[in-house]
Design a protein. Structure first.
Length: 113
């Protein structure tokens, strides 16, 4: 479920950036491409991390020997790490995109908001 949601969120944001760029000739396409690639990389990285499973420490390598408390802690930390890295990368890409917007586009967005 997490991987599907990550995929949906990443593709939705990427689509919006591409749509805005294609509907306005003043927006720099190279910066949009960079931002979309950064979002897609963040999505792929987060999905890769979501594939990790808890196997206990080195002495206990089988799943049946782990305690539920250890497992919960592992997944809680894993999801927090995924969330922080994914949202950080998305925020960086969106900041870069917003900084590259021309003043006319920013003014139009303020008027429409």
């Amino acid at each position: 479920m997490l991987k599907k949601n990550l995929e949906r969120l990443g593709s939705s944001i990427s689509f919006q950036l591409i749509y805005l760029t294609s509907s306005n000739n003043e927006i720099d396409r190279t910066i949009t491409d960079e931002c979309v690639l950064k979002i897609l990389d963040a999505t792929a990285s987060a999905k890769k991390k979501a594939n990790r499973i808890y196997c206990g420490d080195a002495e206990r390598n089988t799943r049946k020997n782990t305690t539920p408390k250890e497992s919960r802690r592992f997944y809680k930390n894993l999801f927090a790490e995924i969330k922080n890295e994914f949202s950080g990368s998305i925020n960086e890409a969106l900041k870069r995109f917003n900084e590259s917007l021309p003043a006319s586009v920013k003014e139009a967005n303020r008027v429409n908001a």
